[in-house]
Design a binder for this molecule. Structure first.
Ligand code: SF4
Length: 353
C-alpha cells in the first residue's frame, strides 16, 4: 500500500479513536448554523469564535431571523471580531437566502459557492457537513498536513501549488464519509500536526510522512516572506459633553466601513502631546479643563499597523457637530459598534464618555 492509499485509512482510524475536538457546531447538519460558524471562524481562532457563534445562534436561531435584524444590531453582535467585511457579507447572504431563496439554503456545491462571502473552503465545509457531498476542504490546517506528509517543498502560497494541493486533497477524500474525513483532517492539523512542534512521536501518519522521513517537518510548509506592514497614525478627538460624545459612521470603503468612530485626524506620523493639544481641529471647542492625552495605542492588522492616541476633551457647551458627525448619548453609544482600536481605548479609559 503506498502513502496515498494509507493516508486516508490511518487518518480515519485516528479520528474514530475519539481524537476529536469538541466544538458547539460539531455534528451540526443545519446549513445555516454551519455557514454561520464558518463565517465567524474565517481569520478567527476557535476559542474566540465560540462565544460569538453561541451569541448569534441565540439571537438569530434561523437565517430569516438574521435577515430581519437591523445592520446596527448585527454589527453590535459582531463587535470585536474584526474583519467587518465578513459581517457585511453575512447580512447580505442572510437577506438573499431569506428573500430570494425563500429561507432555504442552497443544497448544491455550486449554489453554496455562489453566496457572497463563501469561498471554496467554506463551500466544501457546508456541502460536506450539511449534505454529505464529496468536496474536500483545504484550509490552513489541511495545507500544512498535506504539505508535510507529501513533502511539498515549494511555497504553499503559489497558485500552481494550491492547485496541486487541491487535487491531492480531492484524491485523498473518503467519499463514503466526506464530513467525517474533512473534520478528521482539520482536527488532526490542529492537534497533532500543529504549526509549531508537531507531535511526530505520537503521529499515526509518521510511517507515511515524507517530511518526517527527510527530517523536514519544521521547514514545511514553506511560506513566502510577507511584505512589510504599512504604518498609519490615527489621532482621535474624544469630545464629550454631559454624557454625549461626538461620533460618525465610517463611510470609506475600507475594513471599518459602517462602524463608528470619533473625530479622526489621520497622518503619516505621530503628533506630540503639545501638537495635539493645540491642533487646529480643536479650534472652536470650548474645553472645561485641559485635554487628556492618552498613551499610545497599537493594533496589528494583516497588512497594516495602526498607531495613535486619543485626546479626551470635556466641553462647556455642546458645539454644533462637524459635518458627518453627530452627538450620541449613552444609550445610543451602548448599541453602536466601534473598531477594536477605539474599543481598547474605551476599555482602558473606563467608559464612552
Ligand atoms: S509525522 Fe509529524 S510532520 Fe508528519 S504528519 Fe505526523 S505530525 Fe505531521
Amino acid at each position: 500500500m503506498d502513502g496515498m492509499e494509507a493516508f486516508t485509512g490511518l487518518l480515519m482510524g485516528w479520528h474514530r479513536s475519539s481524537n476529536r475536538r469538541e466544538m458547539p457546531w460539531k455534528g451540526e447538519r443545519d446549513p445555516y448554523r454551519i455557514w454561520l460558524s464558518e463565517i465567524i471562524l474565517q481569520q478567527t481562532r476557535v476559542e474566540q469564535g465560540r462565544s460569538y457563534y453561541e451569541r448569534f445562534v441565540e439571537a438569530y436561531p434561523t437565517v430569516c431571523d438574521l435577515a430581519a435584524a437591523s445592520d446596527e444590531e448585527v454589527f453590535k453582535h459582531w463587535e470585536g471580531l474584526g474583519y467587518y467585511s465578513r459581517c457585511r457579507n453575512l447580512l447580505a447572504t442572510a437577506r438573499h437566502v431569506a428573500q430570494a431563496l425563500g429561507g432555504a439554503f442552497p443544497s448544491t456545491h455550486e449554489g453554496i459557492l455562489s453566496l457572497k462571502g463563501v469561498g471554496p473552503y467554506t463551500a466544501a465545509a457546508i456541502a460536506s457537513f450539511a449534505y454529505g457531498l464529496p468536496h474536500a476542504v483545504l484550509d490552513g490546517n489541511v495545507i500544512r498536513v498535506l504539505a508535510r506528509c507529501f513533502a511539498i517543498r515549494e511555497p504553499v502560497t503559489g497558485l500552481a501549488v494550491r492547485r496541486r494541493l487541491m487535487m491531492l486533497a480531492d484524491s485523498l477524500l473518503d467519499r463514503t464519509d466526506p464530513a467525517a474525513y474533512n473534520q478528521a483532517i482539520m482536527d488532526f492539523g490542529a492537534t497533532v500536526c500543529r504549526p509549531m512542534s508537531p507531535k511526530c512521536g505520537e503521529c499515526p501518519l509518521s510511517g507515511v510522512c515524507q517530511s518526517r522521513a527527510a527530517g523536514l517537518q519544521d521547514a514545511i510548509p514553506v511560506k513566502e516572506a510577507r511584505p512589510e506592514r504599512r504604518v498609519r497614525w490615527f489621532h482621535y478627538i474624544h469630545a464629550v459633553h454631559q454624557g454625549h460624545t461626538l461620533v460618525r459612521e465610517r463611510r470609506a470603503r475600507d475594513i471599518w466601513r459602517n462602524l463608528h468612530e470619533l473625530v479622526l485626524l489621520e497622518g503619516d506620523g505621530p503628533l506630540s502631546p503639545e501638537a495635539l493639544a493645540t491642533h487646529p481641529a480643536l479650534e472652536g471647542l470650548m474645553p472645561a479643563g485641559s485635554p487628556i492625552i492618552s498613551e499610545e495605542f497599537r493594533q496589528m492588522l494583516t497588512h497594516q499597523e495602526i498607531r495613535g492616541r486619543f485626546v479626551r476633551i470635556v466641553l462647556c457647551d455642546r458645539t454644533p457637530a462637524p459635518e458627518g458627525y453627530r452627538w450620541a448619548g449613552p444609550e445610543e453609544l451602548g448599541r453602536t459598534a466601534f473598531p477594536k482600536f477605539i474599543l481598547t481605548y474605551f476599555a482602558k479609559s473606563g467608559n464612552f464618555t
